[in-house]
Write a protein that binds this ligand. Sequence first.
Ligand code: Z5A
Length: 214
Amino acid sequence: MRESQKLKKGIFISFEGIEGTGKTTQARLLSERLVEKGYEVILTQEPGGTVIGNRIREILLLPEHKEMSYMTELLLYNAARAQHLSEKIIPALNEGKVVITDRFTDSTVAYQGYGRGIDISLVMSIDSIATGGIKPHLTILFDLDVEVGLKRNRGINKVDRLELEDIEFHKKVREGYLKIAEAEPDRIKTVDTSLPLKDVSENVWEIVRWRLEK
Ligand code: Z5A
């Protein structure tokens, strides 16, 4: 039996989007709200979420690793995800917790598939090896104009290897995300993050509340 068939109890939520859309801020706000309401919550992120995953994260995001091939990048994101699932996500879901992850498979499809141009069916085959077919029950896609997102992040002086890519790369990633969302409307709900932070968090809460009641 694959591990996906054992996910009977918890709720698995992923937050997705280009950089600077406010995913990290909103993931924290949602987690706090759920804890207040009595849920047990695991807040985590990709790449990362485990000691091994964080080591892989460093390799992936160091700006000086400019020579990294696209295939190496794809495999490393998936290696970190396999560890994240087996060490953290699956055990938490099996204990009935709510898992919120800041990025998951859709990031790989958007960045390495649509952004880098790696064949989407190849990206999906490697994903199925890493995840065993496990998908979030709910994904919130934070959508924002690319220039606005980049400006927000430059405001906090954050630079990693992918952020050094040109604006065209980030535009391809955003378009990729919108296509992914269009293909899976039941799982993926899009939120406009050009709105003030508080309005975004209310919209996120409405979606999550609907999913918890489902
Ligand atoms: N990546 C990949 O290529 N393939 C994969 O499979 C995976 C990832 C899993 C991880 O970067 C990089 O890896 C990422 C994709 C790639 N690279 N890029 N580009 P990360 O984890 O370090 O960072 P990130 O995921 O890109 O997110 P971020 O840069 O931290 O941004 P964010 O989480 O979306 O936003 P934030 O930190 O919550 O907010 C940014 C700023 O905006 C901050 O000052 C906020 O106060 C402000 N903010 C937030 N919301 C608002 C609103 N509504 N209005 C105004 N200002 C706001």
